[in-house]
Design a protein. Structure first.
Lengths: 280, 252
């Protein structure tokens, strides 16, 4: 009997929340704490640096626009990968609930394969095996490295979105299908007019969650030489020469911009999840 | 064995498919070492992340506000920053600083010295803390399923907070959170490939070396995919067996 109550154990919690615990929300004042900590770290680095050279803080300030430019590419990669991954994933997810057994098992296999391979291996595969230009006969389209990274990231996203779609469709009570059938809806009509509109709500929180995971995976592209924020940070440090005291502020800054970007999105997804949980 | 090697040598000569790791001793040794290193990395990371999760979930229920806030900060930081940058941060920033400050003990490797925590060590620490942050949340959701009455009963029998956590709460909580734990551990297994970036000679790194030397990218890529999908399969199978074994009859 699912969810039966034992005297020593409560029923299992509803499927794990996408991100974190609602009790520990960061407030504006926490931003201040983080800023103070960061200032202390740079201050310590300031003390450690030689006199006569510009301090770490000024040096960092000089390079901030450069690193942010790299971060812009991270965002561009994440947007495109999410776009392609969602489109392909939605199609694959619908194939997973097809009535045709070969389509169902084929799409299941594809989903499991891309879901269970490491992101880095998929990225390597696309980077090394995908042609650097596509020849369509009448026009030759060059494929820059960052475009290949987009394809490499959209593959695991595709597989995971496919699972999200399948899970959402299967989470609806079967009575929905049956009543639509009794109203003479065809299968396509049922999906389009009854099932999917209800699923969208359930799919949005995990979809946002996957976007966060993707955004945090984009630095992997720097391994392949794509010029994004991690590559730029390393380049900035190289340009400054042998100054080990600089690595603290630079890498902390890198972590902080990612945190400042993903954290609000993660909070938003928890809020949405809670909002939708009450209504359904 | 000889037949096996001959088959792949033959395959290369007739079709050009170069699975060099199956017929050339040098590459085979490299490959086996990579399997060993990557399995070691995965197992140690898994255990470390579980320890972090268990200790962290206990610390989350601590009376001290500072400890609780510290845990919350740790979780939010590690969940919302890229694991790859965390790894670089640990290895290049923390590691280098410790070495420069002379705080890192050196180990004599017979002729040369190595820092006590090298790239392998930092990979374990960084990935363990990354997955550990998720594990803390997972264990907490399990602990929440243990009613206060059960904890109070343990207290009435004279258990301290720590003892009741170890003997009463944790065994029950574990059973509730195994499915979620399963997901996170699979994720950790896949994330261990990041150790490539700091030159830990695990499978991803070695595969890269092998295809650089032999120019057989598609073949090695196939081997890589099969290797990781098979590993994930084994881990999932083990976790499901464990789940069945620890099942409480009549629950869930």
């Amino acid at each position: 009997m699912p969810g039966a109550e034992l005297p020593v154990l409560l029923p299992p919690a509803p499927p794990a929340r996408a991100q974190g615990d609602a009790r520990f929300g960061l407030k504006a004042r926490h931003g201040l704490y983080i800023a103070v900590l960061f200032a202390l770290a740079t201050g310590a680095a300031q003390a450690a640096s030689d006199a006569g050279l510009p301090g770490p803080f000024e040096t960092l300030l000089k390079w901030v626009p450069f690193v942010l430019k790299g971060f812009g590419l991270n965002l561009v990669i994440s947007f495109f990968a999410m776009l392609f991954g969602t489109i392909a994933g939605a199609a694959l997810g619908l194939m997973q609930i097809s009535l045709l057994a070969p389509v169902r098992s084929g799409s299941w296999l594809v989903t499991q394969f891309f879901r269970n391979s490491p992101w880095l291996v998929l990225l390597f595969a696309i980077m090394l095996l995908f042609p650097f230009e596509l020849d369509f006969g009448f026009v030759v389209v060059p494929v820059p490295d960052w475009m290949k990274a987009v394809i490499g990231f959209s593959l695991p996203i595709m597989a995971n979105i496919s699972e999200v779609v399948r899970g959402a469709v299967q989470s609806l009570p079967s009575g929905q299908w049956e009543s639509a059938e009794s109203l003479a809806f065809t299968r396509g009509q049922t999906l389009r007019m009854v099932i999917l509109p209800q699923c969208i709500k359930r799919m949005i929180p995990p979809w946002i969650n996957w976007y966060c995971i993707l955004a945090m995976a984009t630095p992997l592209a720097s391994i392949m030489g794509v010029e994004e924020s991690v590559t730029y940070t390393a380049q900035a440090l190289n340009a400054e020469g042998d100054r080990p005291e600089l690595i603290w502020p630079f890498y902390l800054f890198l972590l902080l911009i990612f945190f400042a970007y993903t954290y609000p999105i993660a909070r938003w997804s928890i809020r949405l999840e809670r909002k939708f949980l009450v209504k359904t | 064995m000889e037949f096996f090697a001959d088959f792949f040598r033959n395959l290369y000569e007739t079709t050009g498919l170069n699975f060099v790791i199956f017929y050339e001793e040098y590459e085979a040794v490299r490959f086996v070492n990579a399997i060993w290193t990557s399995l070691k990395l995965i197992v140690i990371c898994l255990i470390f992340s579980l320890v972090v999760g268990i200790v962290g979930a206990w610390a989350q229920g601590a009376k001290s506000r500072v400890v609780r806030l510290g845990m919350a900060g740790y979780i939010q930081f590690f969940r919302n920053t890229p694991p790859f940058v965390q790894l670089l941060f640990f290895y290049f920033v923390v590691g280098t600083t410790l070495e420069r400050a002379g705080l890192m003990p050196l180990v004599d490797e017979g002729g040369w010295t190595e820092p006590l925590i090298g790239n392998f060590g930092w990979a374990v620490i960084s990935l363990g803390f990354f997955a550990g942050a998720f594990n803390v949340e997972i264990f907490r959701s399990g602990i929440e399923a243990v009613p206060t009455a059960t904890r109070e009963a343990a207290e009435a029998l004279g258990y301290t907070r720590l003892k009741s956590y170890i003997y009463v709460v944790l065994p029950l909580a574990f059973r509730v959170c195994l499915p979620a734990l399963n997901n996170n551990l699979v994720n950790l297994l896949k994330t261990t490939t990041l150790a490539y970036a700091i030159a830990v000679p695990e499978m991803m790194y070695t595969a890269n070396q092998i295809w650089s030397d032999n120019v057989n990218v598609p073949e090695m890529m196939l081997v890589l995919f099969i290797y990781y999908v098979a590993l994930v399969g084994v881990l999932v199978w083990l976790m499901h067996r464990w789940e069945r074994k620890m099942r409480i009859p009549g629950y869930g």
